[in-house]
Design a protein around this ligand. Structure first.
Ligand code: NZQ
Ligand code: ZN
Length: 392
């Protein structure tokens, strides 16, 4: 077991109608003038944005509204948000939406609170020293950004998608009403469940460190999301299933399921970020499309964990050699993806890269991780290319 730090400063307000508490929470955390940031308009259509602005009006909190954060959010809008915040003397950010709106708000927060170009942080040139305080009203259970230290932004020039992590950006509060996720298209619900599971799987498939308690939490979380994803496929308005998945989303990425290990593998995410950057695919679907190929490429180097996963999470029989059990676990996981209409290769994802694009993605990925990365198995540029190629 490795030493670890566990830091989760976010106040979670969970349950029905909790969005009505937003003004109290902004007051509690000292917000005087707020930038409300949202995505492509689902919060306008659902009436949530109007409810939020009505609540702020009634409480006498002034605000400016900026929508338009797209899935795989763009740097251009981040720059726009930074300018607005400076001009309007904004001192608090409220993201209303999913990971894209939250991440875009985090980037705006860095840009306002630090000198210079905000992209420098995502380009690993320097580290942020502060971030504007941020609150969240979550509308999709997926990224865990509502409690995480990370944000992922795409620079339009060169389609470079990069993440930056620091505790400064952890939201002050997260309002989580599972009912708000009931307007999601089925595809986005399934993408969210995939992403949630993957955040814990990235930490689980590791060769560094071990803590039984962490593994038990991780396996319980994974089984919960797997079971409830199927319930939501058949019954999207099931409140309890929405609630299980929503809370799992936060716990999957706030550090809890990584305590005691080496930080995890994260290569499935790094490979997916290249797909998201180049083809603008939904993050969860991109993960599902690449995971099986990654797993087959690395499992022999991380056999104990793949075997444990197969038995404890996927419920496959413990008979046969370790390798046979591990492979059955990978196959069962791919069956699960298919059962919730997620892709298991790039073709099913709707992407058909040319040879040149495969090489480009592998190269950008290798540059992004500083040459090589991975705990289940260390992968270099050639390995990345091989995985992309085998997943076509
Ligand atoms: O943009 P709107 O109109 O709101 O529509 C969104 C979008 O089309 C829609 N949606 C969200 N809530 C809805 C809804 N539609 C109807 N009803 C609702 N209640 O769903 C679509 C996806 O939304 P988005 O915010 O893009 O999804 P998600 O939360 O999956 O975020 C994806 C982004 O987060 C990054 C991903 O790479 C991607 O850029 N990630 C962020 C992480 C983090 N900050 O910790 C970690 C992740 O691994 C991930 O990389
Ligand atoms: Zn993710």
């Amino acid at each position: 077991m490795f030493d670890f730090k566990y830091y989760t400063p976010t106040k979670v307000v969970f349950g029905k109608n909790t969005e009505s508490k937003v003004a109290d929470l902004i007051n509690e955390f000292g917000g005087k003038k707020v930038l409300i940031h949202y995505g492509g308009g689902s919060v306008v259509r659902s009436g949530l944005l109007k409810r939020v602005t009505d609540t702020l009006d009634a409480a006498g909190i002034s605000y400016v509204v900026l929508g338009g954060a797209v899935p795989n959010p763009h740097l251009g809008l981040v720059y726009e948000g930074i300018e607005i915040c400076k001009k309007e003397n904004i001192d608090f950010l409220l993201a209303v939406g999913g990971g894209s709106a939250i991440d875009s708000a985090k980037a705006i927060g860095y840009g306002v609170a630090n000198e210079g170009d905000v992209w420098d942080f995502y380009d690993y040139k320097r580290k942020a020293k502060a971030c504007l305080p941020l609150g969240v009203i979550l509308t999709i259970a997926a990224t865990g950004s509502e409690m995480s230290d990370s944000s992922v932004i795409t620079k339009e020039e060169g389609l470079v998608k990069r993440g930056y992590s620091s505790d400064y950006s952890r939201p002050r509060f997260a309002i989580m009403n599972p009912e708000l996720t009931m307007t999601l298209p089925d595809y986005q619900t399934a993408c969210g469940c995939t992403d949630i599971m993957m955040h814990t799987m990235e930490r689980y498939f590791t060769n560094g460190g071990n803590m039984d308690l962490t593994d038990s939490l991780a396996e319980g979380l994974l089984r919960t999301v797997k079971d409830n994803a199927v319930i939501l496929r058949d019954d999207p308005k099931n409140y309890d299933a929405r609630a299980e998945v929503m809370w799992a989303g936060s716990l999957a990425h706030n550090g809890l399921t990584g305590c005691g290990n080496d930080g995890g593998d994260w290569m499935t995410h790094k490979l997916e970020h290249e797909l998201g950057g180049l083809y603008d695919v939904a993050h969860g679907a991109g993960l599902a499309a690449i995971w099986g190929t990654w797993a087959r490429y690395v499992y022999k180097n991380c056999l104990t964990r793949f075997k444990k996963y197969a038995i404890n999470v996927m419920g496959v029989s413990a008979e046969g050699t370790d390798e046979e059990i591990a492979i059955r676990g990978i196959e069962a996981m791919e069956d699960f993806y298919r059962s919730i209409n997620m892709p298991t290769n790039l073709r099913e994802l709707g992407v058909n890269p040319t040879e040149e694009e495969l090489k480009l993605m592998a190269h950008k990925c290798a540059v992004g991780v500083g040459g090589a990365m991975g705990s289940a198995r260390l992968l270099n540029e050639e390995d990345m290319y091989n995985i992309f190629k085998a997943s076509v």
